[in-house]
Design a binder for this molecule. Structure first.
Ligand code: PHE
Length: 452
């Protein structure tokens, strides 16, 4: 029956195209901007270990589940959940999972685009030579001036949202596939080159020590939750992006193989970013816990002093913007697919409306860094609150629900048919998705509210 079920929006042109798109969705600001600064805020090595455990034991099995549900449902997250619940004779309320995913995607993109706007603004700064010869305090000041200006942030946020809407309007398999073919490999090469630079800095070993030394005394309940949230955020899980991408996946492709490749690539990029940034932090005597500005306050110092730094700086920020774009289209795609499939919008109109809403919401984050910086709820500004609620709560809750659905609601025949794995491997996945992954999410939540 599912063989006749087709995605109304077509399919990826090949297995490789799907791997590229899924890697494009996973690799983004989460790896290069967020991973280093939250690692800095949460004490380093022990946090990194918890993050890695969450990727392997919770993230990867759930990513397999989300992809297979998408491929079986073949639609946007809401319609897919309706189809799958009907097929499994489950409670129709499960389709709220689709709603939560779509909302999480829009909320995340609203601040993601603002940060991607910072990276875009830094392309221009790199180009005009602003970092040349500047020391750490001067670079820090440049960043403070930049985020202190709502006009500049609004300008770049608008530009980034327009670019996202433009790509989404074409249909994600057209423009995006081609661009990613060279983007992902070049990003990788550039990161390796920058690791080469980091190795020449005096703080190299101190940086590595911070990143990999296990000091569990620094680990709090809050940091365990942040590590788990980051696993979801970085893999792009729990909000329907993987589900819609799965919906465009040809039938014969191996889901597990793809998930292994994508999660490995995602993890390697995050670790490389850490290996580049912390040596620069220590070499310049900077604080590790300076928050969301970390890469903007550290990397320009390197670009301003190294040979060829002008070119490296431009290339780095251009690639960061492009990597962010290949994630932003995934963040908005669930909403767009729903508007097209369930509401009869053209792709163009769907991209316009979903984009407009996200763009407007983005102003809450823009003002968090300047005009409304003093406005706090529960001790957090609006940007921090949005990030916390989406990454640490909505994504893990979405992931938990996906695990329960794939493990307990779908019949084993159906999931087995989608995965097409040898029996023992299938059973390992079943064990992870039924017990370990949901229990992991649950225990982390209990830990945070202080029950455990
Ligand atoms: N994974 C992306 C990143 O790390 C962000 C993202 C989150 C993309 C959720 C899609 C869905 O930058």
């Amino acid at each position: 029956m599912t063989d006749t079920r087709k995605s109304p929006q077509g399919e990826w042109s090949s297995h490789f195209a799907f791997i590229l798109a899924a890697t494009g969705s996973a690799v983004g600001l989460g790896n290069i901007w967020k991973f280093p600064y939250i690692t800095g805020e949460n004490g380093g090595g022990a946090f990194v270990l918890v993050y890695l455990l969450c990727v392997v034991l919770i993230g990867a099995p759930i990513m397999i589940a989300e992809t297979l549900m998408g491929r079986r449902g073949r639609h946007n997250p809401i319609t897919t959940m309706e189809t799958l619940t009907a097929e499994a004779h489950a409670d129709p309320h499960w389709h709220y999972l689709g709603w939560m995913g779509i909302s999480a995607g829009i909320l995340i993109l609203s601040y993601y685009s603002v940060i991607a706007g910072w990276a875009s603004g830094y392309v221009l700064k790199a180009f005009t030579g602003s970092f040349f010869g500047a020391d750490a305090p001067a670079i820090k000041q440049q960043f403070a001036d930049f985020i202190g200006s709502p006009i500049q942030l609004a300008f770049w946020h608008t530009a980034f949202m327009l670019a996202t809407m433009w790509i989404v309007k074409q249909g994600i398999h057209n423009g995006l596939e081609k661009a990613l073919r060279w983007l992902m490999p070049s990003l990788f090469v550039l990161l390796i080159l920058l690791v080469g630079y980091a190795m020449t800095t005096p703080g190299y070993f101190q940086g590595l020590h911070f990143l990999f030394n296990l000091d569990f005394s620094k680990l709090t309940g809050g940091s365990v939750l942040t590590a788990m949230g980051q696993a979801f955020f970085s893999l792009g899980l729990g909000m329907g992006a993987v589900m819609v991408y799965g919906a465009y996946l040809p039938k014969k492709v191996s889901i597990t193989e793809t998930v292994v490749i994508v999660s490995l690539a995602d993890t390697v990029v995050a670790l490389l970013a850490g290996i580049i940034i912390f040596p620069i932090v220590f070499s310049n005597g900077l604080p590790v816990n300076s928050g969301p500005g970390l890469i903007f306050e550290t990397l320009p110092i390197a670009f301003g002093s190294m040979t060829g730094g002008w070119l490296f700086g431009i290339m780095f920020f251009v690639m960061l913007v492009l990597a962010a774009l290949s994630s932003s289209v995934a963040l908005i795609e669930p909403a767009v697919a729903w508007l097209v499939e369930a509401r009869g919008f053209s792709r163009e109109k769907a991209a316009l409306w979903a984009g407009l809403l996200t763009w407007l919401l983005g102003f809450a984050s823009i003002f968090s860094f300047n005009s409304w910086a003093g406005f706090k709820l529960f001790g957090h500004n609006l940007f921090e609150l949005l990030d916390y609620v989406t990454a640490n709560l909505m994504l893990p809750i979405g992931g938990f629900a996906i695990a329960i659905f794939a493990g307990w609601m779908m019949t084993a025949d159906h999931s087995e048919a989608e995965l097409d794995l040898p029996k023992p491997q299938y059973q390992i996945w079943q064990l992870l998705i039924k017990y370990l992954a949901p229990a992991g999410v649950f225990f982390v939540f209990l830990h945070v509210v202080g029950v455990l």
